[in-house]
Design a protein around this ligand. Structure first.
Ligand code: NAD
Length: 352
């Protein structure tokens, strides 16, 4: 069988990455999909059990900040394109350990850019570096307005500052070395396989276990939410049809105040678990605000909608319903990730 393209997906064992890897492996059987992931606490190969034996899929364990290793890998496999998702991704962790975020998100991205440049700088034809980023680079909105692709960067957390920096480096490699690139900035994702430190899976897990639901500040923070599969489909479209040198904002047209979202989640969970109405809401506890907390993010996704014909396939209520069902049907997954059991799975599957 002839392989048409070698695509390197970084961070493919993580939440969004695992959906992207699966989508590409199943949709493009003639492409060879490499998944490079360091398997940090957030990387879990159990997410990809169903495709691990496919002939067009290859997992490589490694750290994107390890320059010698990345360079060797690129020389060995000569990837045609990269879809770069590997990152430290949790804002609260970035407040505790900003340097870890600079290392992976900034330096790691640069190591990949350099390795890609070394391979193809004499002929970029048919090559592409696709950087996956966040709407958090734009900072915070007031009660009105939306982030567009031309909104000035104004990051407030070490996480968003590191992602903003990596976006700038990708653009700089485009301008300076002619590297063909695209960037997309997406709003908050939710859905199956999300590590339960993030709001929706954390709260689903806590409701199941009758544990408090810690809501920051007054709960009035507003976020736009997108079902993770809709993000994967947008990534596929941008990868194949996006224009070089362009940025695309991806959003769910779906803004929720945290407190309203948590109340909806509680209502759905009571129903699913057969508990009396109002049971889960009693678990809500307001906790001290996160420092530098952005009030509101909202994405204007007109460009990707108009130019590439993308729009979300599910409403928030449908997506949340599906996500909850998945966590309830996969309680073993939840137990494994909360107890670090998936490391054992890796060792069993691949050896140390
Ligand atoms: P995640 O934390 O679930 O997964 C990150 C993956 O990267 C993990 O598998 C981890 O093992 C891997 N990784 C971390 N450091 C690495 C390193 N040094 N070398 C190799 N692999 C490493 O993250 P996610 O939520 O799936 O986010 C993926 C990407 O999408 C990130 O770039 C993030 O900034 C971006 N993003 C996320 C959201 C969201 O709502 N989760 C929204 C917009 C953009």
């Amino acid at each position: 069988k002839s392989i048409t393209k070698k695509i390197l997906i970084t961070g493919g064992a993580g939440f969004i990455g695992s959906h992207v890897v699966r989508y590409f492996v199943n949709t493009y059987p003639d492409d060879l999909i490499f998944n490079l992931d360091a398997l940090t606490y957030a990387g879990n190969l159990e997410n990809l059990k169903d495709i691990q034996d496919k002939s067009n899929y290859k997992f490589v364990k490694g750290d994107i900040t390890d320059e010698a290793f990345v360079n060797r890998l690129f020389i060995e496999y000569k990837f045609d394109s990269i879809i770069h998702l590997a990152a430290e991704s949790h804002v609260d962790r970035s407040i505790k350990d900003p340097l870890a975020f600079a290392k992976t998100n900034i330096l790691g991205t640069m190591v990949l850019l350099n390795a890609f440049k070394a391979l193809w700088q004499h002929s970029w034809e048919g090559k592409r570096f696709y950087h996956i980023s966040t709407d958090e680079v734009y900072g915070s909105l007031g009660a009105t307005g939306f982030f567009t692709e031309t909104t000035a960067y104004d990051p407030n957390s070490p996480y968003s500052a590191s992602k903003a920096s990596s976006d700038h480096f990708v653009r700089a490699y485009g301008e300076t070395f002619g590297m063909p690139y695209v960037i997309s900035n997406c709003s908050n994702n939710y859905g199956p396989n999300q590590f339960p430190e993030k709001l929706i899976p954390l709260f689903i897990n806590n409701i199941i276990n009758n544990k408090p639901l810690p809501v920051y500040g007054d709960g009035n923070y507003t976020r736009d939410w997108l079902y993770v599969m809709d993000h994967a489909v947008a990534i596929d479209l941008i990868y194949h049809e996006g224009k070089n040198g362009e940025t695309y904002n991806i959003g769910g047209f779906n803004e929720w105040k945290n407190i309203d979202l948590v109340k909806l989640l509680c209502k759905l969970m009571d129903k699913k678990l057969g508990r009396a109405k109002g049971t889960s809401e009693k678990l809500i506890t307001f906790v001290k605000d996160r420092p530098g907390h952005d009030l509101r993010y909202a994405i204007d996704a007109t460009k990707i909608n108009k130019e590439l014909g993308w729009k979300p396939s599910v409403t928030f209520e449908e997506g949340l319903d599906k996500a909850i069902d998945w966590y309830l049907e996969n309680e073993e997954w939840l137990t494994h990730v909360t107890s670090g059991e998936y490391q054992k799975y890796y060792n069993k599957q691949y050896g140390k």
